[in-house]
Design a protein around this ligand. Structure first.
Ligand code: FAD
Length: 321
């Protein structure tokens, strides 16, 4: 692309974004705190890296969500959905189009019988604490996972031999045609870090978790014990996105990486954690490119040394090209 072509392209994008912003203001009464332009994604991801999203919008209801999706399509702007940004690395150039953040405005939690119905934006830590207070057991495993219900269902997040599939009864979601649907049981297609929602444009809006009555003090103790285990074994003091790679069948990614002598290996501000080799961390000033370079180096080294190709668990999103 010549410089003139590039300038024309940028001007076209700017006009397209201005038109979207004007339409959004006309059709939806969102206060300015819930619609931001050129929003740095390093402020919205646990890795603390990533450039600006053209638009960062926080809908408060499924209807608002649909209205934003419709406007985005009308203006040919791509959409990226995020929860708490705890399983992603956003490119240094950021994310073109619209980031829809399902967070606090869609975070209601209510009890019906022995089930909790939680909005997609509810943090797992809050849902687990709510369950403990209500004397509903089965969610302690999730109390230390720093994601939202939406992100956790999408990833089938899990820890300590349990995962979301064990407790999710049904999930309400927006299908790709923007119709609200409910999936339950085998329809949810849960597998290791995957579900019906992975790799699709379906958006989780609410999930029903069915739990078992248990003494609140017992649940609290279980959560405290797991928190100690996490603090002792994981580098929670540094920004990261949790386990960098999936567990290869019959192995542990952290042990393979450690056995290859990669603990502490660093490029720029990103490094393999010295505390747990399964984590890649931001030492403070990492760029997304540093993080990607460490991921690639680790992957290539482990494959060369062991013949095992590690698969990323963390998702790389945004403008990487
Ligand atoms: C310190 C630390 C520890 C961690 N420990 C664990 C662990 O023990 N077990 C574990 O499984 N993970 C762990 N993680 C990773 C992460 O917290 C989980 O994968 C979590 O479920 C991601 O949720 P999120 O809301 O942050 O999703 P995001 O990172 O915001 O998004 C992840 C993916 O989910 C999609 N998504 C988000 N919300 C929705 C929605 N409503 N509908 C459809 N798609 C959606 C996004 O598009 C993206 O593709 C850890 C991360 C950190 C930083």
């Amino acid at each position: 692309m010549t410089l003139a072509d590039r300038q024309e392209h940028l001007q076209f994008n700017q006009a397209q974004r201005d038109a979207f912003a004007a339409d959004l203001a006309t059709h939806l009464a969102l206060d300015s705190a819930r619609v931001r332009r050129d929003e740095p994604m390093s402020s919205h991801t646990t890795f603390r890296v990533g450039g600006p999203a053209d638009f960062y919008i926080e809908p408060a209801t499924p209807d608002e969500l649909v209205a934003i999706l419709k406007l985005a399509r009308q203006h040919h702007l791509p959409v990226t959905v995020l929860g708490n940004g705890s399983n992603v690395v956003v490119a240094d150039r950021g994310i073109r189009g619209i980031v829809i953040s399902l967070g606090q405005p869609m975070a209601t939690i209510r009890r019906t019988n022995n089930c909790l119905v939680a909005g997609a934006g509810a943090l797992l830590s809050r849902v687990a604490a709510y369950a403990a207070r209500e004397g509903l057991g089965g969610l302690a495993f999730a109390s230390g996972i720093p994601g939202t219900i939406g992100g956790a269902v999408m990833m089938n997040a899990g820890a300590y031999e349990h995962c979301m599939a064990d407790v999710v009864h049904s999930t309400r979601y927006l299908d790709t045609d923007w119709t609200e649907r409910i999936a339950e049981g085998p329809e949810l297609a849960f597998g290791y870090r995957t579900s019906l929602f992975k790799g699709t444009d379906r958006i989780v809006t609410e999930t029903t978790l069915c739990l078992k009555p248990q003494d609140p003090a017992e649940i609290q103790k279980e959560m405290n014990d797991l928190a100690v285990r996490r603090r002792t074994s994981q580098p929670l003091e540094l920004p990261s996105a949790g386990s960098a790679f999936k567990r290869p069948p019959g192995h542990y990614a952290g042990k393979l990486i450690s056995d290859c002598g990669l603990k502490g290996f660093a490029i720029g501000g990103a490094a393999v954690s010295t505390k747990h080799a399964g984590f890649i961390v931001n030492l403070g000033q990492a760029t997304a490119s540093d993080v990607a370079a460490v991921f690639n180096y680790v992957q290539a080294t482990v494959e060369r040394e062991t013949g095992i190709l590690l698969e990323r668990e963390v998702l790389f999103i945004g403008d990487w090209d």
